[in-house]
Design a protein around this ligand. Structure first.
Ligand SMILES: Cc1ncc(COP(=O)(O)O)c(C=O)c1O
Length: 458
């Protein structure tokens, strides 16, 4: 714990000097500055007041093996002493980068055998944009340039990855999307598919991609990108019919398929990758976050055979890369992280044990709640929709307001869940115990009771 005086100083210093990501600076300063997190173990954070907080979001959907794992810290320490840095630019590599590239190829679906390393999900998606355009040029189809993605999609914050994303508020800053990026509807059944059965709605949402391809002309469409489950857009879980139809559409119109697995990868859905859960047949996969459980920055682009072979055979030198592409320290941590996941059987645990267990506890605690319209989850990711009318799904006035109210009640009661529009979302570490799942469900109920009271309902 840090003493009250130094906590106050840290708040002052950061309010004065630190521009945080995704923050309204004026509002935060007026509220007294940020909460300072000092320590973490398992799924529990500690703040500078000594409060223990249950982290229902695994940081930013990334701390898959939980905080404070010695195996990962020791892997970093050993690698820092052996070889703190060397790059891959000039016909060199390092042992961790070589071993990790082979390990990722082993874990990924067949046909995704090559990897390009970067530092963040955003950089990995930017890398894919360059590779895709380079690929179509090499294939003699230079008009195939446009990327199709979805509303509420999130693919990062660089110019290209913000353009891929379907967040209109983000587009409003920086005159985005760039030309050549278009968006179609998300398979968001709770909002848009209430009047039809889930599978028909899944096919309808997939056909929106096909209609866009036909409108633009397949000769102009480079790729479609989607998260297997849309995370930051509000944990939008597609009906089972959605991805098989997307596979068909991309194949039929010769459009490359990119699965952005930054959140869904590394066990969150009870499979190593979301593509395995939904039978997606991607040409690229974007990996980040859970690859190191967030202990160090690392991302990876998995490249499918048809693109890799063209790039290798016909591409000459690929003029792309980051100083830290394949940095040996995060690669060593990623190997240790994957070893922990394998030794502890965490992927199967999510599918067969803790995923269904948490869901059952949330259903018990919340299904009858007057402002809960839907609880949906897959593995260890999910959302609780907050509504005014349980039967019709009618929302409260002022879109997003009740989501933030509920999120703030979570925060004040020491559980972290995220408010996205009018929902609370969760994605805890894959090591969450049954007792911790019970506590998460109890605290979610408390936060929603307090929200309902504020709204004059309970
Ligand atoms: C699906 C998805 N893609 C890409 C990104 C961007 O990753 P980063 O923040 O590491 O750039 C995120 C981040 O949340 C994400 O959820």
């Amino acid at each position: 714990m840090i003493d009250a005086l130094s906590a106050a100083t840290l708040k002052q210093l950061s309010t004065r000097h630190h521009l945080y990501p995704f923050t309204d600076y004026k509002e935060l300063a007026a509220a007294g500055g940020p909460r300072i997190i000092t320590h973490a173990e398992g799924v529990w954070l500690t703040d500078s007041d000594g409060q223990k907080i249950l982290d229902g979001m695994a940081g930013l959907w990334c701390v898959n093996v939980g905080y404070g794992r010695k195996e990962l810290a020791e892997a970093a320490y050993r690698q820092l002493l052996d070889l703190s840095f060397y790059h891959g630019f000039f016909k060199t590599t390092t042992e961790p980068a070589a071993l990790l590239s082979a390990k990722l190829a082993e874990l990924c679906p067949p046909g995704l055998d090559r990897v390009f390393f970067a530092n963040s999900g955003s950089e990995a998606n930017d890398t894919i944009v360059r590779m895709v355009r380079h690929y179509w040029n090499l294939r003699g189809k230079p008009s195939k340039k446009t990327f199709i993605s979805r509303q509420h999609g999130y693919h990062g914050t660089t110019m290209a990855s913000t353009s891929l994303g379907g967040m209109s508020a983000m587009h409003g800053q920086g005159d985005l999307p760039l030309p050549g990026f278009v968006h179609v509807m998300a398979p968001y059944g709770f909002e848009a598919g209430r009047d039809m059965d889930a599978e028909s709605f899944g096919r309808l949402a997939a056909r929106a991609v096909e209609e866009k391809i036909l409108e633009l002309g397949p000769e102009n469409v480079a790729a479609f990108i989607g998260e297997p489950i849309q995370g930051a857009g509000g944990v939008i879980i597609p009906p089972e019919s959605y991805w098989p139809e997307i596979n068909r559409i991309c194949k039929q119109h010769d459009v490359l398929l990119i699965a952005d697995e930054v959140i869904c990868g590394f066990g969150r859905l009870g499979h190593w990758f979301g593509s395995q859960r939904y039978g997606i047949e991607p040409d690229f996969m974007t990996l980040a976050k859970g690859i190191t459980s967030g202990y160090l920055p690392l991302s990876a682009v998995m490249v499918g055979d048809r693109v890799a072979e063209t790039l290798i055979e016909e591409g000459g030198e690929f003029y792309h890369g980051f100083t830290y592409s394949g940095h040996p320290v995060p690669c060593a941590v990623a190997l240790a992280n994957i070893a922990v996941m394998e030794q502890e059987g965490l992927v199967a645990r999510v599918r067969d044990d803790i995923g269904p267990y948490l869901r059952a506890r949330l259903d018990e605690a919340l299904a009858d709640h007057p402002i809960v319209g839907e609880i949906r989850s897959e593995g260890l990711i999910g959302a609780i929709e907050i509504v005014k009318d349980k039967r019709t799904g009618e929302r409260f006035p002022g879109k997003g307001k009740v989501g933030l109210m509920a999120r703030d009640h979570c925060f004040r009661n020491n559980v972290i869940m995220r408010g996205i529009r009018d929902s609370l979302v969760f994605a805890p570490a894959l090591t969450l115990s049954h007792a911790e799942a019970d506590e998460m469900a109890r605290l979610a109920r408390l936060a929603l009771d307090l929200t309902a009271k504020d709204l004059g309902i309970l």
